[in-house]
Design a protein around this ligand. Structure first.
Ligand SMILES: Nc1ncnc2c1ncn2[C@@H]1O[C@H](COP(=O)(O)OP(=O)(O)OP(=O)(O)O)[C@@H](O)[C@H]1O
Length: 251
């Protein structure tokens, strides 16, 4: 179907004798917010590593924008429009917030506008950086050192850097980990706003976030997807309740 931007077919990953991902089929629709959940060790991070090119599948196909991307480098996948934000913050702590975002913007401009006059390019880079600062509501912190920001503000910064390449697909790996409930609510809203019009695949443990933010939810258990559906379908799914969520889903 043409509204599918990312498609996994029969994806498997083994480390030595242990098969961690055991034949995953998953479709991400254009513009949808899709949450991936599952118990600890189910293979969620591994699946993200496979999609973002950090490791290659042992078998199966990953198709993005009509092209097979399994086996591509992470850089090539990112350039093609699939951006991933990591659990581990990858900002530069000694640079300001503005400089961090500008670095991410520069990466894109160098690729796309190499033919521009230098001055035009500098203006475009500054404007894009300012726009991103505003979108993640960090204008007041433009000159603050990234490493001195609160954890939650650092995640906002990281979101801006992920969006700098204007990706069609965004992968977020536990963006609310370690946050208070206020920070979580704030960040969920920010993610909703800034990823509008893009496909989002998010790994998250906080079930209230998952069921609020996710338009569809997929459940991974021991390397296999046992269900994909709307939050209501997932809440009502007997296999999901039994295998993983239990009482939490009924609440
Ligand atoms: N490079 C590796 N070599 C061997 N085993 C690995 C490797 N990476 C992950 N694993 C194993 O794969 C399994 C799945 O790990 P993964 O981190 O993908 O799970 P997860 O669902 O993201 O878990 P969590 O929710 O705790 O983050 C674990 O048993 C882990 O030990």
């Amino acid at each position: 179907m043409s509204d599918i931007v990312l498609s996994l077919r029969g994806v498997r990953k083994s480390y030595g004798a242990s098969e961690i991902i055991r034949g995953v089929d998953l479709d991400l629709r254009a513009g949808e917010r899709h949450a991936l959940i599952g118990p600890n060790g189910a293979g969620k991070s591994t699946l993200f590593h496979l999609i973002s090119g950090n490791t290659a599948p042992s078998a199966g196909e990953i198709v993005f924008g009509g092209q097979r991307i399994d086996g591509w480098s992470p850089q090539r996948i990112a350039r093609a429009g699939l951006a991933r934000s990591f659990q581990i913050t990858n900002i530069f702590p000694k640079l300001t917030v503005f400089e961090n975002i500008r670095l991410a913007v520069l990466r894109r401009h160098h690729l796309q506008y190499a033919f521009w006059r230098v001055l035009d390019r500098a203006t475009a880079v500054r404007e894009d950086t300012e726009r991103l600062l505003e979108r993640v509501r960090l204008q007041a912190y433009a000159t603050s050192l990234a490493g001195e920001m609160t954890y939650s503000a650092q995640r906002s910064l990281e979101l801006a850097m992920t969006l700098a390449c204007d990706p069609q697909v965004v992968l977020l790996d536990e963006p609310m980990a370690g946050m208070s409930s206020e920070e979580t609510a704030y960040t969920a809203e920010l993610i909703r706003e800034t990823t509008a019009g893009r496909a989002l695949l998010i790994v998250e443990h906080d079930m209230s976030v998952v069921f609020d933010l996710g338009e569809r939810v997929s459940v991974l258990v021991y390397g296999e997807l046992i269900a994909t559906g709307t939050p209501d379908e997932i809440r009502a799914h007997a296999g999901v309740r039994e295998a993983y969520l239990g009482e939490e889903v009924a609440a």
